[in-house]
Ligand binder design. Structure first.
Ligand SMILES: [Cu+2]
Length: 124
């Protein structure tokens, strides 16, 4: 009984050690960033669950933002203010549309098909 308990404990310690090694052994530059989508990190996805992801995207002035549309149709209408790029009107499915943000500011937008879908691009 004691021997079984000791073996189990040693096995658990081995798992913990392996987990710690996996987390700490990669070093900088090798671990993928999981909080942003693949690519350049300047993509907003309009999802089938009726949300823009990420809800707030921060870019630098002059950068291009890609709006990626999937199987459910969406559009992007910016709140009226100076410096907004052109709206993405219509019903967009399975396509990506880019917009350049040249002016610093906070730009809010809505999908007119699904008015609860709102997002923000912050341009620094
Ligand atoms: Cu929509």
């Amino acid at each position: 009984m004691t021997q079984i308990g000791t073996s189990l404990r040693n096995a658990l310690l081995a798992v913990v050690a392996a987990t710690l090694a996996a987390c700490g052994g990669g070093g900088y530059g090798t671990a993928p960033v999981t909080s942003t989508p693949p690519g350049d990190g300047r993509t907003v996805s309009a999802t089938p669950s009726l949300a823009f992801t990420p809800g707030t995207l921060t870019v630098n002035a002059g950068e291009t933002v890609t709006f990626a549309f999937g199987g459910i149709g969406h559009n992007v209408f910016f709140d009226a203010q100076a410096g907004t790029p052109a709206d993405i009107d219509g019903v967009n499915t399975n396509t990506s549309v880019t917009r350049v943000f040249n002016t610093a500011g906070t730009y809010r937008y809505t999908c007119h098909i699904h008015p609860s879908m709102r997002g923000t691009v912050v341009v620094n």
